[in-house]
Write a protein that binds this ligand. Structure first.
Ligand code: CO
Ligand code: ZN
Length: 329
C-alpha cells in the first residue's frame, strides 16, 4: 500500500463530521482484504477485526474532518453557517469551501478589516446565488461544507486540507496492510464525529471493550516562529502522547510504545499537547476504563486548508503502529 497515495486521495474527499459516507466508502474499499470481519456500526464507525489470540487491541483514527454547516440564507443569497468542529474564525475569511453536494463557495466577512477574532455571525458563504430561493437550492439548512485545499508534496513535506486526520487513517491502513502474523486480537477502527466531541470513538470502544487502545491523530508543533512552547517538532519522528487536554496516557502503554520504537529504530518524540483532545480521551473513559495511549503526527497549521506535516513522520507512525500490533503485550 502506497501510504502517500492513499493519503493524497483521502485528503481530497470532503467528509465533515456527520457526513462520513464518502470517506467511509473509500476506506472500506482499501482495507477489506486485510481483515477477517468488517462492520459499520449505528454511529457510522468502521470496525475492522483481524482475529487472533492474545490481548484485544484497538487502534483508532477519526475519519471526519472539520467544516461548516449551512444554517440560513438571506434575501441576497448569502449563506450563514455554524462551525462543525473547532474552527478559528480568524482563519476563515476568504477561504474556499465546498458543500458535500458539490456547491462551491467563498467565506466572506461583514467587516472588510478587523483586529479581533470575528464571531461566526459576522461571516457568510458566498455561493454566487442571486437570492434566497436560489441559495437554498444550492445549499439548504443542514448541508455541510469542507475546506478546499489541494494536496502538495514538496520534498519530505506534505501540505493539504484534512491531514487531520486522514494522515492518521493512512497510518492505520498502512500498518494493517503490512501485518502477516500477530500475537494479538486486533481491531482497527475509523471513527466518526471526533471533531465535534470525540463521539464515535466512545461507542466503538464500548462495543469492542479492548484491553488496550491506541488512538492515532495529528498534534500541534512548537517549531514555528513565536509558536506556543511545545516540545514536538515536525520531522523529528512519531510523537508518543504523554498527555493532552482529554487524557493522561496510561504509563504502561506509553512505556511499551517507547520500547517498541527504540527496538525497531523508529524515530520518536514525546508529546504534551496543551490545546485540544483526541479520541484517546473518549476511549480511556469508556466502560470501567481502558488502558489507552496515543500516537501523533506532528502537524503545523492544524484546522486550516494548509495543514503541513512530514512524510517521514507519517511513515514512522505507520511503522510504530505496525510493530505495536504484532508485538506481544
Ligand atoms: Co481536528
Ligand atoms: Zn484530529
Amino acid at each position: 500500500m502506497d501510504i502517500l497515495k492513499i493519503l493524497e486521495e483521502m485528503t481530497q474527499i470532503n467528509s465533515p463530521s456527520g457526513n462520513e459516507d464518502e470517506i467511509r466508502k473509500y476506506i472500506l474499499s482499501k482495507i477489506s482484504e486485510y481483515c477477517d470481519e468488517i462492520d459499520t456500526d449505528a454511529m457510522g464507525n468502521i470496525i475492522a477485526h483481524r482475529t487472533g489470540g492474545g490481548k484485544k487491541i484497538m487502534f483508532a483514527a477519526h475519519m471526519d474532518e472539520i467544516g461548516v454547516i449551512a444554517a440560513s440564507a438571506d434575501d441576497n443569497g448569502f449563506i450563514y453557517f455554524s462551525p462543525v468542529g473547532g474552527l478559528n474564525t480568524r482563519n476563515l475569511v476568504n477561504l474556499r469551501v465546498r458543500f458535500t453536494n458539490g456547491t462551491a463557495g467563498v467565506i466572506g466577512a461583514k467587516e472588510a478589516a478587523f483586529k479581533d477574532k470575528p464571531s461566526v455571525d459576522k461571516l457568510y458563504i458566498d455561493i454566487g446565488a442571486k437570492n434566497k430561493t436560489e441559495a437554498e437550492k444550492k445549499a439548504t439548512v443542514g448541508d455541510c461544507a469542507a475546506f478546499e485545499g489541494g494536496f502538495i508534496k514538496s520534498g519530505d513535506t506534505v501540505i493539504s486540507k484534512a491531514l487531520d486526520n486522514r494522515a492518521g487513517c493512512a497510518v492505520i491502513m498502512k500498518a494493517m496492510s503490512e501485518i502477516k502474523e500477530s500475537k494479538n486480537d486486533l481491531y482497527f477502527v475509523f471513527t466518526v464525529q471526533e471533531e465535534v466531541g470525540l463521539r464515535g470513538a466512545k461507542t466503538a470502544a464500548f462495543a469492542i471493550e479492548p484491553d488496550i487502545a491506541v488512538a492515532v491523530d495529528v498534534t500541534d508543533t512548537g517549531d514555528t516562529p513565536d509558536a506556543p512552547v511545545m516540545a514536538v517538532e515536525m520531522g523529528k519522528g512519531a510523537a508518543i502522547k504523554v498527555m493532552d487536554r482529554s487524557i493522561i496516557c496510561d504509563a504502561d502503554v506509553r512505556t511499551k510504545m517507547i520500547e517498541t520504537a527504540k527496538k525497531n529504530k523508529i524515530p520518536y518524540q514525546l508529546e504534551i499537547m496543551t490545546d485540544g483532545g483526541t479520541d484517546a480521551g473518549a476511549i480511556h473513559l469508556t466502560r470501567a476504563g481502558i488502558k489507552t495511549g496515543g500516537v501523533s503526527i506532528p502537524t503545523r497549521y492544524i484546522h486550516s486548508p494548509s495543514e503541513t506535516a512530514s512524510a517521514d513522520d507519517i511513515k514512522s507512525c505507520a511503522e510504530l503502529i505496525y510493530n505495536l500490533a504484532i508485538t506481544e503485550w
